[in-house]
Design a protein around this ligand. Structure first.
Ligand code: APR
Ligand code: ZN
Ligand code: ZN
Length: 366
């Protein structure tokens, strides 16, 4: 029997989001219904609402979530009702070329749940089909996902902490430890210190970086970056970040530069602020019209690696439990990313605060 629950729906391009009654079907083969306990508000949810991702309105927003498995469909063996799980937006297939070559974060065939959740019609029967954000749709009391999107973690951790790993925090930490390969004694520069950049700082510190240089145009962000573990800060409105990073690294440039803004000018800074054999990691998300022009001779003349990091090149089953373990031990503080907890009805307000730049994460708690 389909269940009626409340969920946050983006009805159309740039229209305010609304709490609506939605219908969740019973889980089919390979699927699970999860009772959501917490879900962070991410930029990508705002992009969905603005029509920046695609036009498959209405969307069921939310994708950075933790909760408890309520029921599973046929053939599901990895998770069972009662399991505390973090949801991920890339359930890997385990069989494609990328998976078989040990790089499942490039999996070609992500198995997300079919879009079978609907808006409740006036009769209570199913109406319009909803598109769940990133195949999740977790600003809702319950959601339907592929069982492979559920990663079991230690239930002792607070849901609003665990859920963070579902997107932004994992992307940032993973950009440092998985993609950037930051190592003991490295110098790291992080350009853009929002939630993703701050998580890259946390990851760099975890990996043993000796110097972590935070770059932003906003002094408030630089203060937070310092609390997250940055050893030096540069305000790139007042100081040339490339010069400053070179100066702070003995004239060489940083071993790893993480670009967490997603703009051509900050990418260019990252490109020139790295050591000749350094690595640039692009984890900020650019928009389709953005272009970058670089002298090809400079690309030739500098070695190292230019990489991008999608979801922190994470492997949820490996990385989520590990990071929660480190948090429980007090070796990283994921709680520092939660600025406020809010209700389902407050998502629109959280978007406004996000635009003003005064939150790292607003987390919906249910
Ligand atoms: N130079 C340096 N920092 C900048 C610049 C710039 N030119 N422009 C913006 N910033 C800073 C902002 O001040 C802010 O601190 O970049 C940071 C971006 O942070 P958020 O807006 O909080 O974004 P975040 O959630 O961290 O995501 C970073 O990844 O997921 C994507 O869409 C997201 O592209 C964005 C990026
Ligand atoms: Zn695969
Ligand atoms: Zn996200």
């Amino acid at each position: 029997m389909p269940q009626q629950v409340q969920g946050v729906v983006a009805p159309g391009r740039n229209e305010p989001v609304r709490v609506e009654t939605i219908l969740i079907p019973d889980p089919g083969p390979g699927e699970a219904v999860v009772r959501i306990q917490a879900c962070g508000v991410c930029h990508t949810d705002l992009h969905y609402k603005q029509g920046g991702i695609n036009d498959d309105f209405p969307f069921l927003l939310g994708h950075e979530a933790a909760g408890v498995v309520e029921s599973v469909g046929a053939g599901v063996t990895d998770v069972a009702p009662g399991d505390f799980v973090v949801l991920n937006w890339r359930a890997v297939c385990g069989q494609c070329r990328a998976c078989l070559r040990g790089r499942p974060w490039y999996c070609f065939d992500t198995h997300n749940a079919k879009q079978r959740m609907t808006l409740a019609g006036t009769s209570g029967a199913g109406g319009t089909e909803l598109s769940p954000a990133l195949g999740i749709g977790a600003f809702a009391e319950k959601t339907l996902v592929a069982a492979g999107q559920c990663t079991k973690v230690d239930p002792a951790v607070a849901p609003e902490i665990a859920g963070l790993l579902g997107c932004g925090v994992m992307a940032g930490i993973g950009a440092a430890i998985n993609t950037g390969g930051v190592g003991r004694g490295d110098s790291v520069a992080v350009i853009g210190c929002g939630g993703v950049g701050d998580a890259a700082i946390v990851g760099s510190r975890l990996a043993g970086a000796a110097r972590i240089i935070a770059v932003d145009i906003d002094d408030r962000k630089l203060d937070t970056a310092r609390r997250m573990g940055a050893t030096h800060t540069v305000n790139s409105r007042t100081d040339d970040p490339v010069e400053a990073i070179r100066e702070l690294t003995g004239g060489f440039g940083a071993d790893v530069v993480i670009e967490a803004v997603g703009r051509p000018e900050t990418y260019e800074q990252a490109f020139y602020a790295r050591d000749l054999a350094g690595t640039v990691v692009l984890v900020g998300v650019p928009t389709p019209e953005m272009r970058l022009e670089l002298p090809l001779l400079d690309v030739f003349g500098r070695g190292g690696a230019l990489k991008s990091s999608w979801y922190g090149d994470c492997l949820p089953s490996r990385d989520f439990p590990m990071l929660i373990d480190l948090h429980q031990q007090g070796r990283i503080d994921l709680g520092a990313f939660v600025t406020e907890t809010i209700g389902l009805g407050d998502v629109e307000k959280a978007f406004a605060r996000m635009r003003e730049g005064d939150v790292l994460r607003s987390v919906v708690v249910l």
